[in-house]
Write a protein that binds this ligand. Structure first.
Ligand code: ACO
Ligand code: ZN
Length: 170
């Protein structure tokens, strides 16, 4: 790294952020981010249910002293999308990063922490999610992490848009 007057020069746009497990106190801000970032919104009890059942795989990202992103996951047992037998599957239910904090590696870090926890804390062998076919940023992120498009789910969203079901081994 180049140095100016002995101080390291900041040459990238990587934000200072930390990833930690979500707590009940984080839920109002998580719900706010979800409402701002996505049309798929849920009642509070849905977030509480995921926090209480799969809290080790529920993470927030903090920057500038506040929560600016989250990933909420759950574990299911069923026929695998990668392995064609009954497996524990991690399900990425919802991930979002506040608009001003995007493209700094935060979403990728949240995904990696979530995937590690689903594998190591819960024994999931694969991970899957649904994503709008028009959601290029998210699809790129998932592909970067090894997800493949498994199928199209017609009319998955309430406005009629199709979803890709994407999955990756863990
Ligand atoms: N265009 C192209 N590729 C992108 C973009 C983009 N706008 N954003 C992310 N990527 C890809 C790139 O490969 C990027 O790596 P690179 O920067 O080295 O090229 C990689 O994803 C990682 O990007 P991050 O900076 O870690 O992603 P970010 O912190 O911006 O979060 C997210 C990505 C969560 C999808 C964010 O854009 C967001 O909050 N969007 C709105 C909410 C949303 O769509 N959530 C997903 C819905 S589907 C679901 O929840 C299962
Ligand atoms: Zn889903």
């Amino acid at each position: 790294m180049r140095e100016v007057f002995g101080l390291p020069e900041i040459i990238d746009n990587k934000a200072e952020f930390t990833i930690r497990n979500a707590t009940h106190e984080d839920l109002p801000q998580i719900i706010k981010i979800n409402t701002e970032a996505l049309p798929e919104n849920y009642p509070e009890f849905f977030f509480v249910y995921h926090l209480e059942n799969w809290g080790k795989a529920f993470f927030v990202a903090e920057a500038d002293g506040r929560v600016i992103g989250y990933i909420m996951n759950r574990i299911e047992t069923g026929l695998g999308f990668i392995r064609k037998f009954i497996v524990k599957k991690g399900h990425v239910v919802s991930i979002a990063v506040l608009e001003g904090y995007r493209r700094k590696g935060i979403g990728e870090s949240l995904m990696k922490k979530g995937m590690d926890s689903m594998r190591d804390d819960y024994g999931a062998k694969e991970v899957y999610l649904e994503v709008r076919v028009s959601n290029e940023p998210a699809i790129r992120l998932y592909e970067k992490l090894g997800f493949k498009k498994v199928k199209v789910i017609e009319g998955y969203y309430s406005d009629g848009e199709n979803a890709y079901l994407m999955a990756a081994p863990l």
